[in-house]
Each structure stands twice: as C-alpha cells, then as structure tokens.
Design a protein around this ligand. Structure first.
Ligand code: COA
Length: 153
C-alpha cells in the first residue's frame, strides 16, 4: 500500500477478509485472531468493521460490535507498520466512534495491553479513561492482563 495515494475509510466487505487477516497478524504477531474468528466477526457485524483503503490495498482496520443496551466494544485496531504515526489510527477510531454514536451507542469499551503506550495514548487523546482499578489481572488468561478503557458518547 502506498502512503501517497488517496485514503478512504469505508465499511469492510467479505473480499477484505484476507487483508484484514494480514493486518491483524502484523498488528498482533504474537497473538492474532484465528482466521475463522475474523471471518465470523465480519459475517456477523459487517457494518461495524471499518478499513482504510487506498484503492489498491488496505492499510488499517478497526473491529467494533453493534450496540447491546447502548454499549459497544472496540475489539481490535491495527495500522500497517509502515503507515503508523501519521494520524491514521486516530482517523479510523474517530470514524467508527461517529458511526457508533449514530447507531445509538452511549458507551464504548475496549481492552488494551497495559504496556501498549502508543495505543493507550491514542485512546486517551480521544477521551477514553482507564478503569480506576488498574489492569484486570489474567483478563485473557494466565499472565494476559488488560486495562479496560471506556468512552461516553
Ligand atoms: C496503536 C496504533 C493503532 C496507533 O495507530 P497510528 O496510526 O500509529 O496512531 P496515530 O498516528 O493516529 O496517533 C494518534 C495518537 O496516538 C498516540 N500515539 C500513536 N503512536 C504513538 C507512539 N508510538 N508513542 C506514543 N504515542 C503514540 C499519540 O497520542 C498520537 O497523537 P499525536 O500524533 O497527536 O501525538 C498502531 O500503532 C498499531 O497498529 N499498533 C499495533 C496494534 C495495536 O497495538 N493496536 C491497539 C490494540 S488495543
């Protein structure tokens, strides 16, 4: 994906699946979502998966959930390594948050690895606040602690 082409944020389609799988592996090399999970998420919530498209390839993705009692989750966010630090992650988040607000969401929650300072700074810059109790121990299994962050829309 070229950094100079025009970038568009749009809802994902089934054809995007292999590209989202690749982006997820680049974003989370130690623990990517299994292919079948991404396929099922995309099939279940197609309007809640946004991608960053330059017309030739994808440079980022964000996975969210439809509202349940006016609450949604951001399940994953990733920007291709060569495109980080250019404001694209923030743009993707801003777009999906606008979509969630329009869908009646009042509260958005996400989990983040407590040492992922780049992601935590991004979420704080959007107004997310961390669980005052600190990271939840063993949230994703033994040793996999996670900080929960929430934004009121
Ligand atoms: C986290 C991630 C999505 C950020 O995307 P990005 O496009 O690089 O971020 P942006 O350029 O939009 O940055 C927005 C804000 O995030 C923060 N930020 C981004 N990268 C940062 C870094 N390396 N160090 C500190 N803060 C950082 C800053 O507050 C920044 O605002 P600023 O540019 O005004 O300082 C990207 O680094 C990534 O894909 N990482 C691997 C996957 C991951 O960790 N996903 C989040 C899991 S919860």
């Amino acid at each position: 994906m070229s950094g100079v082409r025009r970038l568009r944020i749009r809802a994902a389609t089934e054809e995007d699946l292999p590209h989202i799988v690749r982006l997820d592996e680049e974003a989370f090399p130690a623990d990517p979502y299994p292919y079948f999970v991404l396929r099922q998420l995309l099939a279940s919530f197609p309007d809640f998966v946004f991608v960053l498209d330059d017309g030739e390839g994808l440079g980022g993705y964000v996975l969210s959930t439809p509202p349940n009692a006016a609450q949604s989750w951001i399940l994953s966010l990733g920007i291709a390594p060569g495109l980080r630090g250019q404001g694209l992650g923030k743009q993707l988040m801003t777009q999906i948050l606008g979509h969630l607000r329009a869908e009646g969401v009042h509260s958005v929650t996400l989990s983040v690895e407590p040492r992922n300072h780049a992601a935590i700074a991004l979420y704080q810059s959007l107004g997310f606040t961390a669980d005052p109790g600190g990271p939840r121990q063993d949230y994703f299994g033994p040793g996999a602690h996670r900080l929960l962050m929430t934004l009121s829309l």
